[in-house]
Design a protein around this ligand. Structure first.
Ligand code: SAM
Ligand code: SF4
Length: 355
């Protein structure tokens, strides 16, 4: 029996009272000592709690990587501004609307606009875009993933109709945060943004890379404590994957096993959370998308970026951009999801507290 508890609910209840040391012990044991059957038991608990709330639905979001320009310099990311040889692109406003219309015709009702922090997309342009997508793709949700902005800008995008915002906290340990970012990108600023987003009323997403350089059992325990405190509506976690043109080129890729264990722990900690099975997981593990669902995830984000642009959005080496990641194989992906006993659901798929 895992952690001496008899049911998924009992583990969920126990985890609400865990201190940092309890999380540390649990993570260390799961990573290093638990056998396959014990990890499977954890995953089964996670799926039980998820299924009680969302059933076997996997929410499908259309991901549009609309600009690869970025003013930031995160040490881990291939889009960092100091990667000067990168061939960058930004979609025009009409390309963005066209891509969303194509996604809408496939059935998607959530559009995730993701990109670097690109100053070309001024408040005025972004506001116009959000309004246009909401007017053209009726009944759809818009998720933004465009980095750090002022509270006033976040408010303006929310008022224009944006529903959700993904901004990973990256790590809940300030000194680890400083290992991953240059000194002008601060932990305090990231936390301020997350707080503002939630206060404004966005379904807010936090998250972190698994096995990022400098991460430890202690920092992971802090991540889980932070998630319990912040109660995000969404959480994006995927393995760190090295990019050869970043300062972290020499670090090893993160582990799929660690990612799956953390997906299960997060689901049990916060059963209502929307939890994607990420591209990074599918990149390092051929069957990663399904393994993510079997660990407790319930979101997939097929890519609707025009295919010729998509290959330049290289956060890390060998990033997967076809197969389950591409919208062109959408029907195949839905069949694959259904063959595993899930339902591919393209509706808005809001967090249960926001329905
Ligand atoms: N620029 C926005 C931001 O940073 O929030 C959105 C796009 S950014 C590429 C989205 C996420 O990609 C980041 O939060 C980060 O966790 C993840 N990412 C970046 N580089 C990565 C890498 N080398 N391996 C895995 N994930 C990575
Ligand atoms: Fe820019 Fe986001 Fe990459 Fe950081 S993670 S360099 S903010 S695209």
């Amino acid at each position: 029996m895992i952690f001496n508890v008899a049911s998924a609910e009992a583990l969920h209840n126990a985890m609400q009272k865990w201190q940092s040391e309890d999380f540390e012990k649990a993570i260390a044991w799961l990573f290093d000592q638990a056998n396959d059957a014990q990890v499977l038991e954890l995953a089964t608990f996670a799926c039980t709690l998820r299924d009680r709330i969302y059933g076997r639905r996997i929410f499908m979001r259309a991901l549009l990587e609309f600009t690869s320009f970025c003013q930031c310099n995160c040490y881990y990311c291939g889009l960092r501004s100091e990667h000067r040889q990168l061939e960058r692109y930004r979609l025009t406003e009409s390309e963005i609307i066209e891509s969303c219309k194509n996604g809408y015709a496939l059935g998607f009702r959530t559009f995730v606009l993701q990109g670097g922090e690109d100053l070309y997309f001024t408040e005025e342009r972004m506001t116009r875009l959000i309004k246009q997508i909401k007017a053209t793709c009726k009944g759809s949700a818009v998720t933004l993933s465009i980095g750090e902005k002022s509270a006033a800008t976040y408010q303006q995008y929310f008022d224009a109709g944006a529903d959700r915002f993904l901004l990973r906290h990256e790590t809940a340990d300030p000194s680890h945060y400083a290992q991953l970012h240059p000194s002008n990108q601060t932990y305090e600023q990231r936390m301020r943004c997350l707080k503002d987003l939630k206060k404004i009323g966005y379904q807010t997403g936090a998250g972190f890379m698994v096995d990022s350089p400098g991460q430890s059992i202690k920092t992971l325990a802090k991540d889980l404590m932070f998630l319990r405190f912040f109660q995000p509506a969404m959480c994006g976690i995927g393995p760190f994957v090295a990019h050869q043109k970043t300062p972290f080129a020499q670090f090893e890729n993160g582990s799929a096993k660690h990612t799956l264990i953390l997906l299960s722990l997060i689901r049990i900690l916060l059963p209502k959370i929307l939890l994607p099975s990420t591209t990074a997981l599918a990149t390092i593990d051929e069957n990663g998308a399904i393994e993510g669902f079997n660990a407790g995830a319930n979101v997939l984000m097929p890519n609707i970026t025009p295919i010729l642009k998509r290959e330049h959005y290289t956060l890390y080496d060998h990033k997967k951009n076809s197969g389950t990641e591409g919208a062109e194989t959408f029907l195949q992906t839905c069949r694959m999801i259904e063959a595993e006993g899930y339902i591919a659901d393209t509706r808005r798929g809001d967090h249960i507290d926001y329905c």
